[in-house]
Design a protein around this ligand. Structure first.
Ligand SMILES: [Zn+2]
Ligand SMILES: [Zn+2]
Length: 351
């Protein structure tokens, strides 16, 4: 194996280039994987834009990318005892948590209390080298076997699919529920599928533009925010009662407020979009209608659980892929991702 590889290196906010960098070496219970497909996430765009200074990433230069699939190229010590071998096809996810803090032992490793502490916790592509490169090292906690029937491109979308399932789980969607989803991006559309998997009777996607057209093409009911009063529209569609559950996948203050106003009495809103500004919420309504509002961070155990749903076509990740670029054209890929008129939902980059 060559000692160096190609990687996307973000030098400082809004400045990145493809560079030749050393191939990383897998440590104990880690693998080195040949990355075959990476999907661009909204978090990548924010990170490159410099929206999370000193946090994601802790420092520049930095190699992003956390939604990926590929095949194992080398094993670190101990990875074989955990069942892995060179050539295995895998899908990756980002939270490599400590495994010993109280949140980790309770299974909520996405909330690891040793987050970001060197030697204890890594979040690949956020505070540790990511997958926008020929090779990436991952701890075995963060790789999952990719079924033969799934392509690497589909595999790159298992991480966002697991997040969508986590949102529906946190929303406690029950069979027969009317569910509204605010935001028609990839997470919103996949959250619609996750709501159906949990037994929702209706899924109403609230959004606009080409993404909302995609929601309709996938068979969801839709509300166009460009037509005005999306809250009123959802309430009318639900017999003036509101949605049992709202999955908030847009992450802007306005949609968080809408989400609460769309809820039926006693309803629950699960929010996964990460706003960069604080939002005002109607606390009086929350109290008097006994609404519940919960946050959702990444996923916690849903990677393995979502794979059969992807394989059996209920979680329609392939439908999200709108564009493909080689890693060498990352600048074009990111420009397309940031251009709403491009119709981009998920863009696959191939290192
Ligand atoms: Zn992501
Ligand atoms: Zn932990």
């Amino acid at each position: 194996m060559a000692p160096t590889m190609q990687a996307l290196v973000v030098v400082e906010p809004e400045r990145f280039e493809i560079r030749e960098v050393p191939v990383p070496e897998p440590g104990p219970n880690e693998v080195l994987a040949r990355v075959r497909a990476v999907s661009i996430c909204g978090t990548d765009a924010h990170l490159i834009h410099g929206d999370y200074p000193g946090f994601w990433p802790p420092a520049f230069p930095f190699i992003p990318g956390h939604e990926w699939a590929g095949e194992i190229a080398a094993l670190g010590p101990g990875a074989d005892r955990l069942g892995w071998k060179v050539g295995d096809r895998v899908a990756g996810t980002s939270h490599d948590a400590c495994g010993v803090c109280q949140k980790c032992v309770e299974g909520r490793y996405n909330l690891c209390e040793n987050y970001g502490k060197q030697g204890l916790h890594r979040q690949y592509g956020h505070n540790y080298q990511g997958a926008d490169a020929t090779y990436v090292v991952h701890g075995v906690k963060c790789i999952f076997r990719l079924p033969d029937a799934l392509t690497f491109e589909q595999g790159a979308l298992i991480d966002p699919a697991s997040i969508a399932l986590h949102v529906a789980n946190r929303g406690q969607v029950r069979p027969g529920d009317a569910v509204a989803v605010t935001g028609a991006g990839a997470i919103g559309l996949l959250a619609g599928d996750a709501a159906l998997i949990r037994g929702a009777a209706r899924v109403i996607v609230v959004g606009r533009g080409q993404r909302l057209a995609k929601a309709a093409a996938l068979g969801f009911e839709t509300v166009d925010t460009a037509a005005g009063d999306p809250v009123g529209a959802v309430r009318r569609m639900t017999g003036d009662l509101g949605a049992d559950v709202v999955l908030e996948c847009a992450g802007v203050p306005e949609t968080v407020a809408w989400a609460l106003d769309m809820l039926r009495r006693g309803g629950r809103c699960a929010a996964v979009g990460i706003p960069t500004a604080s939002a005002e919420i109607n606390l009086q309504k929350l109290v008097l209608d006994e609404l519940e509002l919960v946050g959702c961070r990444a996923s916690a155990g849903e990677m393995r659980r979502v794979i059969p749903h992807v394989e059996q076509g209920r979680m329609r990740v392939g439908e999200m892929i709108t564009h493909r670029f080689p890693l060498s054209r990352y600048a074009d890929a990111m420009a397309t991702f940031n251009d709403r008129s491009s119709g981009a939902i998920k863009i696959i980059v191939a290192p």
